[in-house]
Design a binder for this molecule. Structure first.
Ligand SMILES: Cc1cc2nc3c(=O)[nH]c(=O)nc-3n(C[C@H](O)[C@H](O)[C@H](O)COP(=O)(O)O)c2cc1C
Length: 182
C-alpha cells in the first residue's frame, strides 16, 4: 500500500509526527513524504526538534515533479495532508498545482483516489468553507483535527492520537484504538 503524506505550514505538526510514527509500524505501507517550505519551521516551533522520519520512508523535495506520485501512473492510492494549511487547501480547490503537494493532490482527485485534508483552523471564513466544499465535491475528505475527550487522554500525545487514530481508520489501517462501546 502506497501513501503520500504531505506536511504543510499549518499548526499541528504533532499530528504529522504521530501519524508517521504509526505508519512506520505497518511493514506493508510505503510512504512518500513531501513538505512545504514553512512546514519545518512550524515543526521546530511546535515540537522543538528537527523532523525525523523512519528510514523506510522516502522524502521528496517540494519542487520534485519527478516524484512518483506527481503522476497517476504510480499507484499511490491515498494521500493525507497533515496538517493542511488554508493556503494549500485553497490552491488544491482552485487546481493550482504549483508544488509537489498540490500536484499530488490534484492527481489523487483526478484518479478518484482518496485525499484526506486534516485542517486545523478555527474559526473559518467563507473562503475556507467554500474551498472545503469544492474539495469535498471533488471527492476529497476534509478532516478537522478535532480531538475527542471520551477516552480521557492525559497527555498532548494521547490527545493527538485521538485524531491520528481516525486518520488511520480512513486509510483502512487497523490499530488498537480506543473505540466507543468496546
Ligand atoms: C507557527 C506557525 C503556525 C501556523 N499555523 C497555521 C495554521 O494553523 N493554518 C494556516 O493555514 N496557516 C498557518 N500558518 C501560516 C502558514 O505557514 C503560511 O500561510 C504558509 O504560507 C502556508 O503555506 P503552505 O501551505 O505551503 O505550508 C502558520 C505559520 C506559523 C509560523
Amino acid at each position: 500500500m502506497k501513501i503520500v503524506v504531505a506536511i504543510t505550514g499549518a499548526s499541528g505538526s504533532i499530528y504529522a509526527k504521530q501519524l508517521l510514527a504509526q505508519l512506520a509500524l505497518f511493514p506493508e505501507v510505503e510512504v512518500g513524504i513531501v513538505m512545504s517550505k514553512n512546514a519545518p519551521d512550524v515543526w521546530r516551533q511546535e515540537i522543538g526538534e528537527e523532523m525525523l522520519f523512519s528510514p523506510r520512508f522516502k522524502v521528496y523535495d517540494r519542487s520534485d515533479y519527478f516524484a512518483p506520485f506527481a503522476s497517476g501512473s504510480a499507484k499511490y492510492m491515498q494521500m493525507v495532508i497533515v496538517p493542511c494549511s488554508m493556503g494549500t487547501l485553497g490552491r488544491i480547490a482552485q487546481g493550482i498545482s504549483d508544488d509537489l503537494t498540490t500536484r499530488a493532490a490534484d492527481v489523487i482527485l483526478k484518479e478518484r483516489r482518496k485525499l484526506i485534508c486534516v485542517i486545523r483552523d478555527t474559526p473559518l471564513n467563507l473562503i475556507h468553507i467554500e474551498n472545503m466544499r469544492t474539495v469535498t465535491i471533488a471527492g476529497g475528505i476534509i478532516m478537522p483535527a478535532a480531538p475527542s475527550f471520551y477516552s480521557r487522554p492525559t497527555s498532548f500525545e494521547e490527545l493527538a492520537d485521538t485524531v491520528v487514530q481516525r486518520i488511520l481508520d480512513q486509510l483502512g489501517l487497523d490499530t488498537k484504538a480506543y473505540r466507543w462501546g468496546e
